[in-house]
Design a protein around this ligand. Structure first.
Ligand code: ATP
Ligand code: MG
Length: 712
C-alpha cells in the first residue's frame, strides 16, 4: 500500500492520528496520498471503514475518490461531497430532530427562481436567471438574509446582475415560494444540518459516534458554512486530515476561503504538516506554464506558492491557437480531437475545458458534427440517471428470466446479451446523430455495454446475473463506469481531475478573466482558474481563443492577459492593452478569411461628461461617472417617477420592475427623442421599449403619456 508513494506522501499516509495538513500544488499526489492513507489504515486494521468520512467538493471528484478507494480495496468508506454527506444525515435525522418527513429537495432551482421572478412580475432571460440564482446561492452560503443582500453584495464587491434591491426582492420571493411548495434547496441542506447538529446534542453525539476520522480534499475551497459543519462533526476531537492548494482556490465567489487551510496550524498546534512539490501528473512543459502562471499570481494564496517539479519525461510544448471566431475555434478543436482519436487516443482521455457553461453548446455541436462522442455530466450520479435505472430494471428482469427471453436467444456471450437487452432501451450500435439529451442517454447505455465487455474480459464465464451483481455493487459504491467520450466541463467542475490531453478554449479577455471580474481579488481568482485548467493536462495542452464571437463579427477580442510573457512572442509587461504578440502562435485555419485585424479595440463605455472609461455597471447605466455633474432635468425625473408608480400599481409589480431609479435618471438626463435613442440607454430592453417606449418618449417630449404601458 505504501510502495506507490514517495517519502512525503508516505508520511501523510502513516500519520493516522491527530491533525494532519497537506499543503501542496496541483498534481503532487494529494488525493493519492489521502486515498492511500485511508486504504492503509483500513487494511492495517487501524481504521474502521465505516468510521471514516472523506469529503471533497464536486461530485465528480467524490466519484473519482470512491473509484480510487475501491481499487485500493478500502470498501465501505464514505467518500462524499459536503452536500451529499449532509443530505444523508439530514434525511436520517429529520423525523427525530424536526418531525415528519423531510421536504423534497428541489431539483430545478433555476425553475423555482424563474417562478419567483414571475410572481414578482419580473422577466429574466436565461443568463440573468442563472446569475440571479448564483446570487441567491452566494447569499445563502454566506448566511446573508434577503434584506441584507444589497449591503453584503456591495461590501463583497459583487457585480449584481440586476439592481441589488431587485435581487433582494427576488431572493425573498424565492424563499417564500420554497416554503409554500414545501421544498428545500441545496444550500438549505447544509444550513439545516448545521442547525440540527448545533441544537440537538443527542443527534450530534450519534453522528460523532459513527464517524471518528475525517479527511477533506480540496480544503482551500471550504466555505464558512462547510467549515462550521466540519467542526460540528468533529466535536472536541482532532482526527482530521486536510489537503489543499491555496493556488487552486476557485470558489471564493461562493464565499469559500483558503484561510481555513492556511491557518490550519494556528488552529491545530502540533499538527503534522507535509508539503509536496513533486508533480507526478504533468510533463515539464505543462509544469513550466503552470509555474509561470503561479509566479505572476498575487495575494495571500500566492504567498504560499510552491514551485512544482515535474517527474515525468518531456512532452510537447503547449500549443496556442488563435481563431477568427468561436465556431471556428470549436471546429478547430473538434478536428484535432478527431485526429487524436483516430490516432488511438481514447476519447475518455481528452477534455475540453471552458470558463462558462454557456460555451458548452458550441463545442457539443462541433464534436457531434465531427462524429466525436462526448460526455457532459461526467460520471457523477451515473446510477441515478433515469436511463441507467431503467436499464438496470431491464437487465435484472432478463437475468431472472434469461432462459425464457426470446431477446436473448441468439446472444451467446455476456456483452451480446447486454446489448440485446439494452437495444430495447434505446441502445444502438452507432450513436444517434446530433447532440443533446438523446445523445447523452445513448452514452449512458454505451457505458453499460462497455462495462459488460470489461467484465467479460476480466471474468470469462461471467453471466448476466454476475453483471447485475457488479452493477449493484458499483451503484452502492457510486463507482460509475468510464463513459467513453470526450469530457466537456467548466474549469470549476474540472478541479481534482486529469486527462492526457486538455483543450483550454476561450482563453480571451472577457472570458478569462471574465468580464465581471473587476477587483484585484476577482482577477486573481480568474488567474487561479486558468492555473487549475493548465494543471489538468498530463501530456498535451492546447490553449486557444477567438477574436470574435461569431463569423463575420467584429474582431475585438484579444488573448488573455494571463498568457502575456508565457506564450511565445509575448512579454510579461505587455499588460492589459499591450500588443498581442505573434511569433509561435498558430492561427486557426478554419472559419473565414484570415483578414480580421488581430487586435481591434473594444469600444469602451465612456463618461459623457468627462470622457473617462467606465467599468462600473451602475456608471455604465448612467453613461457618466457617479460623481460627474448630472445634467438631469429634475422635473422630468419626477414626472417619470410618478408615471412609473402608476404603471407599477396597474400591473401589480414593484416600481423597479418597470424601470430602476438609475434607468429613470439616465432617461431624464438623456431626454431621448426617438425609440432608437431610448433603446441606447442601458436598462431599456426591447421588451420595455415595446411596453413603455411610447409613454416615456411622450413624457420626455412634454406630452401626456398615451397609456399603452402596463402590459409587461
Ligand atoms: P490536484 O491538486 O489537481 O487535486 P493532486 O495533488 O490531488 O492534484 P493526484 O490527483 O493525487 O494529485 O495525483 C496526480 C497524478 O499523479 C495521479 O495520476 C497520481 O496517480 C499520480 N501520482 C501521484 N503520486 C504519485 C507517485 N508517488 N508515484 C506515481 N504516480 C503518482
Ligand atoms: Mg486532488
Amino acid at each position: 500500500m505504501l510502495e506507490g508513494l514517495d517519502p512525503e506522501q508516505r508520511e501523510v499516509a502513516t500519520a493516522l492520528h491527530g491533525p494532519v495538513c497537506v499543503l501542496a500544488g496541483a498534481g503532487t499526489g494529494k488525493t493519492r496520498a489521502i486515498t492511500h492513507r485511508i486504504a492503509y489504515g483500513v487494511r492495517a486494521g487501524i481504521l474502521q471503514p465505516s468510521s471514516v468520512l472523506a469529503v471533497t467538493f464536486t461530485s465528480r471528484a467524490a466519484g473519482e475518490m470512491r473509484g480510487r478507494l475501491r481499487q485500493l480495496g478500502a470498501h465501505g468508506v464514505q467518500a462524499r461531497t459536503f452536500h451529499s454527506a449532509a443530505l444523508r444525515q439530514l434525511q436520517y435525522f429529520w423525523p427525530k430532530a424536526i418531525g415528519g418527513g423531510m421536504p423534497r429537495l428541489v431539483d430545478r432551482k433555476i425553475q423555482l427562481v424563474a417562478d419567483a421572478a414571475a410572481a414578482c412580475g419580473t422577466r429574466l432571460d436565461r443568463n440573468e436567471l442563472r446569475d440571479v440564482t448564483a446570487e441567491i446561492e452566494w447569499s445563502k452560503v454566506t448566511q446573508t438574509v434577503p434584506a441584507d443582500y444589497p449591503y453584503a453584495a456591495a461590501k463583497a464587491g459583487r457585480e449584481a446582475p440586476r439592481d441589488p434591491a431587485e435581487i433582494a426582492h427576488l431572493y425573498a420571493a424565492y424563499e417564500d415560494l420554497k416554503r409554500d411548495r414545501a421544498v428545500i434547496d441545496f444550500e438549505d441542506v447544509l444550513l439545516l444540518t448545521v442547525a440540527v447538529l448545533q441544537d440537538r446534542h443527542d443527534v450530534a453525539e450519534q453522528v460523532r459516534a459513527q464517524y471518528q476520522h475525517f479527511v477533506v480534499d480540496e480544503y482551500q475551497d471550504v466555505s464558512p458554512l462547510q467549515q462550521r459543519l466540519l467542526e460540528l462533526w468533529l466535536g472536541d476531537r482532532d482526527n482530521l486530515c486536510v489537503v489543499g492548494d491555496a493556488g487552486q482556490t476557485i470558489y471564493s465567489f461562493t464565499g469559500a476561503t483558503p484561510d481555513h487551510l492556511l491557518d490550519f496550524c494556528a488552529r491545530h498546534p502540533g499538527a503534522t504538516v507535509v508539503k509536496l512539490v513533486r508533480d507526478y501528473r504533468s510533463t515539464p512543459q505543462v509544469v513550466r506554464l503552470a509555474n509561470g502562471l503561479l509566479a505572476q499570481a498575487r495575494g495571500r494564496a500566492a504567498d504560499h506558492r510552491l514551485e512544482l517539479v515535474s517527474q515525468r519525461p518531456a512532452g510537447p510544448e503547449p500549443g496556442y491557437t488563435e481563431y477568427t471566431d468561436e465556431p471556428a475555434e470549436a471546429e478547430g478543436a473538434a478536428r484535432r480531437i478527431r485526429e487524436l482519436i483516430d490516432a488511438g487516443v481514447p476519447a475518455a482521455e481528452i477534455a475540453v475545458l471552458f470558463r462558462t457553461n454557456a460555451q458548452s453548446e458550441t463545442y457539443e455541436q462541433a464534436l457531434a458534427d465531427a462524429g466525436v462522442p462526448y460526455q457532459l455530466r461526467g460520471a457523477e450520479r451515473f446510477f441515478d440517471r433515469p436511463e441507467v435505472r431503467k436499464a438496470g430494471v431491464a437487465l435484472r428482469g432478463a437475468a431472472r428470466f434469461g432462459g425464457n427471453d426470446s431477446l436473448l436467444d441468439d446472444a451467446v456471450d455476456l456483452p451480446s446479451q447486454v446489448r440485446a437487452v439494452l437495444s430495447g432501451e434505446g441502445w444502438t450500435s452507432e450513436p444517434p446523430a446530433g447532440s443533446g439529451a438523446v445523445r447523452e442517454r445513448w452514452e449512458s447505455l454505451a457505458a453499460l455495454v462497455n462495462l459488460a465487455h470489461d467484465l467479460a474480459a476480466a471474468r470469462p464465464g461471467a453471466t448476466l446475473g454476475d453483471f447485475v451483481t457488479e452493477l449493484d455493487e458499483r451503484a452502492g459504491a457510486q463507482h460509475a463506469p468510464t463513459v467513453q467520450g470526450v469530457t466537456l466541463a467548466s474549469l470549476h467542475a474540472a478541479k481534482g481531475l486529469e486527462w492526457d490531453v486538455v483543450f483550454l478554449v476561450g482563453v480571451a479577455e472577457g472570458m478569462l478573466p471574465i468580464t465581471y471580474a473587476r477587483t484585484d481579488e476577482q482577477i486573481e481568482e480568474e488567474r487561479r482558474l486558468l492555473y487549475v485548467g493548465v494543471t489538468r493536462a498530463r501530456e498535451r495542452l492546447h490553449v486557444s481563443w477567438a477574436l470574435s464571437r461569431s463569423p463575420g463579427g467584429r474582431a475585438n477580442r484579444r488573448p488573455s492577459r494571463f498568457l502575456d510573457g508565457l506564450r511565445p512572442g509575448t512579454t510579461p509587461t505587455a499588460g492589459r492593452t499591450g500588443p498581442a504578440g505573434g511569433g509561435g502562435v498558430e492561427r486557426g485555419s478554419a472559419g473565414g478569411p484570415g483578414a480580421a485585424p488581430r487586435r481591434a479595440q473594444r469600444t469602451p463605455a465612456r463618461c459623457r461628461v468627462c470622457g473617462r472609461t467606465l467599468t462600473d455597471a451602475g456608471e455604465m447605466k448612467l453613461m457618466r461617472c457617479e460623481d460627474c455633474p448630472s445634467d438631469m432635468d429634475e422635473g422630468l425625473y419626477e414626472r417619470l417617477r410618478a408615471w412609473r408608480a402608476v404603471q407599477a400599481e396597474r400591473s401589480g409589480q414593484p416600481d423597479f420592475c418597470v424601470f430602476t431609479d438609475r434607468t429613470l435618471v439616465a432617461i431624464a438626463e438623456a431626454q431621448p427623442e426617438s425609440p432608437a435613442e431610448l433603446s441606447r440607454i442601458p436598462g431599456v430592453l426591447s421588451r420595455k421599449l415595446r411596453s413603455y417606449g411610447a409613454d416615456v418618449l411622450a413624457i420626455c417630449a412634454g406630452r401626456e403619456p398615451v397609456g399603452d404601458g402596463g402590459s409587461d
